[in-house]
Design a protein around this ligand. Structure first.
Ligand code: HEC
Ligand code: HEC
Ligand code: HEC
Ligand code: HEC
Ligand code: HEC
Length: 304
């Protein structure tokens, strides 16, 4: 069965999936810009898993219904719908695989090594999840919530994170206070999230910024994974040399912001999510001024 056939019958789920980052995993302009720099067959395993090569039209299906639901020739589902099929005339048998409702179903793409393996992984969402206070909750519980449709509820398939400001805001619990008249300390902890923040792609980062009542800005602090370029005979490679994201296990991450002049109260602070830093944005053609999300913000009204 082709993907177009699944979408034709499963219209609501098809509509959620169309335009999702799973559907656009190949067509995503940021992916295409990065792929132009590093055109490796390895990338296509996850960004165009149904396509045999870079000409195959199925690359535009990205991570499709078929990718997640068809094993050999069987349609796989998490639950037994034999009853529903017998009554309503479902058109195909469903092989019930309870593992589909568990995080393991996401593992093959959401955790992987660099093309040349090193101690750090290129993405490590699964192992972050194992260290999380929310490890008993599956990826699906947060990323495929039950939503209402015309004929009952179903698990949402839009997998949306970027653009969902409420979901992003739920990830962090942040407090801030003054240390002295020039320094402000911002403390970040994970809240309703099952992995480090940010997780996923290696360039994801948080920027902690503050500005005083007189418009004086503190030097921003960037939290993310840090890499250095290491020479390798087959081409230079990125080697991870630091990771100061907000840890999955609930430990605090502190950012200290410095003002050059004593600040004027109140000081306004914010924690902003960016997909990448300015260097990658320039290479990938991303306009950083419109491509960020405020995850948390507040004011410091008094000094200690
Ligand atoms: C990234 C993987 C992934 C993709 C892509 C995907 N699904 Fe799913 N789908 C799942 C998982 C996982 C579940 C089970 C969730 C649960 O029950 O915990 C599911 C559940 C379902 C269900 C049962 C929903 C319910 O709650 O009643 C249907 C039907 C379904 N998918 C159809 C589709 C169709 C059609 C497409 C393509 C338009 C699609 N899926 C794309 C992973 C995926
Ligand atoms: C001719 C229409 C038709 C086509 C084509 C079709 N389905 Fe279905 N499918 C149904 C019906 C009807 C059911 C019964 C349950 C329901 O109404 O969702 C069903 C059930 C399912 C279930 C189980 C739902 C559950 O609650 O666990 C999954 C998963 C599923 N389909 C996925 C797919 C995928 C993936 C494709 C493409 C490979 C596909 N279907 C193609 C009509 C279709
Ligand atoms: C076949 C590989 C594959 C599988 C399986 C897969 N994903 Fe993904 N997922 C991707 C790719 C590739 C992207 C990013 C596409 C892009 O941004 O270019 C992505 C993006 C996402 C995003 C980010 C959306 C956003 O707005 O930033 C979430 C959340 C996500 N996946 C959750 C899941 C969950 C939960 C499962 C298991 C039910 C799963 N994925 C299974 C490949 C996969
Ligand atoms: C307790 C809820 C929860 C669980 C469990 C959870 N997540 Fe998330 N996830 C979130 C929230 C909230 C965000 C938004 C904040 C962020 O980007 O970290 C997010 C963000 C993401 C992103 C987007 C990264 C980006 O910056 O584009 C991906 C991909 C993702 N999750 C995958 C997964 C996978 C895979 C699992 C299972 C191993 C999982 N999540 C488990 C809540 C959860
Ligand atoms: C094992 C699966 C896998 C492989 C292999 C893979 N990716 Fe990804 N990629 C993902 C997932 C999952 C995400 C989404 C994580 C997130 O949203 O932070 C992603 C996200 C991205 C993004 C971020 C897109 C955005 O909109 O910000 C870029 C760029 C990217 N990948 C490029 C590549 C390139 C280039 C290669 C090959 C060198 C590659 N990927 C190989 C799974 C993979």
């Amino acid at each position: 069965m082709s993907n177009a056939e699944c979408v034709r019958c499963h219209q609501r789920i098809g509509a959620e999936w169309s335009g999702s980052l799973h559907q656009r995993a190949w067509d995503d302009p940021t992916f295409l810009a990065a792929y132009a720099v590093e055109p490796m067959a390895f990338c296509r395993n996850c960004h165009a898993p149904e396509a045999a090569d870079t000409e195959d039209e199925r690359r535009h299906e990205g991570v499709s219904c078929v990718t997640c639901h068809v094993l050999a020739r069987d349609v796989v589902g998490a639950r037994d719908v034999v009853g529903a099929r017998d009554e309503g005339g479902g058109e195909h048998p469903v092989l019930v695989e309870p593992a589909m409702a568990t995080s393991a179903w996401c593992a093959s793409c959401h955790e992987f090594d660099f093309p040349r393996p090193q101690a750090a992984k290129m993405q490590s969402t699964m192992s972050e999840h194992r260290r999380s206070a929310h490890r008993a909750r599956s990826c699906q519980e947060c990323h495929m919530p039950e939503v209402e449709g015309a004929d009952g509820t179903h698990r949402s398939h839009d997998f949306r994170v970027q653009g969902d400001e409420a979901l992003m805001a739920s990830a962090l619990s942040v407090t801030a206070s003054s240390v002295d008249t020039r320094r402000v300390e911002v403390t970040l902890r994970v809240a309703e999230v099952g992995h480090a923040v940010p997780t996923g792609d290696l360039y994801r980062r948080l920027v902690v910024r503050a500005v005083d009542a007189g418009g004086q800005a503190a030097r921003p602090v960037v939290l993310g994974r840090r890499f250095s370029r290491v020479h390798h005979p087959d081409g230079d490679e990125r080697r991870q040399v630091g990771d100061d994201r907000v840890p999955a296990d609930g430990r605090p991450r502190r950012a200290e912001l410095f003002f050059l002049q004593p600040f004027v109260l109140p000081v306004r602070w914010e924690v902003v999510y960016q997909r990448m830093g300015p260097r990658e944005a320039a290479v990938f053609g991303v306009d950083m001024s419109t491509d960020e999300t405020v995850m948390s913000r507040g004011r410091i009204e008094d000094t200690k």
